[in-house]
Design a binder for this molecule. Structure first.
Ligand code: SOE
Length: 378
């Protein structure tokens, strides 16, 4: 019989649902796993809201004080699914209590906080991971395999975008449910930590470390009503950010993110150009990987659109039959599966806190460069 992995969830927003879905479905599709998540408790300050969430997703109990949840003897792993300004305090309490941690991205408000969190989990030797879920979309994992096999050869360029359009209205307040992402005190930054952090995590995973960056940011709407105070307050987040970088392997990077790209809801794309081949991926068409191989016969050369749904593609043998695709939510199921497998093997489940700290360092360098107008080392 599988060993129980008792989960305590803190938070109940969009990500709380995505993670809970991952815990609930993993045992059906990865029945061989030695560990099986059990939804023990969900926690939030609002007792009615968390009760409704717990009932919907199958949590056995609720708490309204996260410290109580962290102290509970029947919790093995805590899922930190709250705004970024609470990650550090909760993670330190979890490490002190010997709890494993699955932390929503970005790891922290900044590198300094992230470093303290890394030291705490490493000292306590508790398993930890950060939910940079896009690594586990099969087409993205497949890109990683192709790169690691050397199929692209030397890499020259890495290009990524994450475009949305949901904050264009000046009437949108900052702060409170969901909209804490617009409040610098809760989020730490805007699109850099929220969206580009995903692109940076994938880029470091696929193409290695970033050496230095030069960036620009803009805040288009300078003041918004704050939901918590009711007052019109200065907006401290970056609405848009673009940066150039050099990777440690000598390749050049170009990244852009905004929440003001009318018509784009969650357009995360990347393109990598290597000596022999190029790859492209697009979150709006997430089950496909575009591949161009210069080694093909000249008269057959062209972009191939690989439908990443076959049994020999990453994770796909766990799902339906070849040709039937999966979606966004499955990336979370995969991360839970990999976390459980890592526990059984006693190996880290990437991105660990230490891996995610690298992304945080790039974000800090980007924001620093945007302020000074100078190149910044990572
Ligand atoms: C913001 O809109 C957001 O929900 C991010 O917070 C998520 O990390 C991203 O995956 C989708 O967009």
């Amino acid at each position: 019989m599988a060993k129980q992995l008792n989960i305590g969830m803190i938070g109940y927003g969009f990500m709380g649902r995505a993670h809970s879905n991952g815990y609930n479905r993993v045992a059906n599709f990865f029945p061989e796993l030695e560990y099986k998540p059990v939804l023990k408790a969900a926690c939030a300050r609002n007792a009615d809201a968390i009760k409704a969430f717990a009932d919907t997703w199958g949590y056995q109990s609720t708490e309204t004080d996260w410290r109580k949840l962290v102290e509970r003897k029947d919790i093995d792993a805590v899922d930190i699914c709250v705004p970024n300004n609470l990650h550090k305090e909760i993670a330190l309490a979890c490490a002190a209590a010997g709890k494993m941690i699955l932390c929503e991205k970005p790891l922290a408000m900044n590198t300094a906080e992230g470093e303290v969190m890394c030291q705490a989990v490493e000292k306590a030797k508790v398993a930890n991971t950060v939910w940079y879920n896009y690594r586990r979309i099969p087409a993205v994992t497949f890109a990683k395999q192709l790169i690691d096999e050397g199929k692209l050869g030397r890499i020259f360029h890495y290009r990524a975008n994450f475009l949305q359009d949901w904050t264009i209205s000046a009437d949108l307040p900052q702060g409170g449910n969901g909209l804490w992402r617009l409040d610098v005190a809760a989020a730490g930054s805007g699109v850099t930590g929220d969206l580009l952090a995903h692109c940076i995590d994938t880029a470091i995973w696929l193409n290695g470390g970033v050496t230095n960056v030069t960036a620009m940011t803009e805040t288009f709407i300078k003041e918004r009503t704050h939901t918590l105070t009711g007052k019109v307050e200065k907006v401290g987040i970056d609405d848009a950010c673009a940066f150039l970088c050099r990777f440690d392997n000598g390749s050049l990077g170009l990244f852009e993110s905004t929440r003001y790209a009318r018509g784009h809801k969650a357009l995360y794309t990347f393109e990598i150009n290597g000596e022999h081949a190029s790859i492209k991926w697009d979150l709006h068409d997430l089950h496909r990987l575009q591949w161009f191989d210069h080694r093909d016969a000249g008269n057959l050369r062209g972009w191939r659109s690989i439908h990443v749904t076959d049994g020999d593609h990453p994770y796909m043998s766990k799902w339906w039959v070849p040709g039937l695709q999966i979606g966004y939510e499955h990336s979370f199921v995969h991360q839970v599966a990999d976390f459980c497998e890592s526990l059984a093997k006693g190996t880290p489940c990437g991105p660990t806190f230490r891996d995610a700290l690298e992304t945080q360092k790039v974000c800090d360098a980007v924001l620093g460069s945007a302020k000074t107008g100078q190149w910044a080392n990572v």
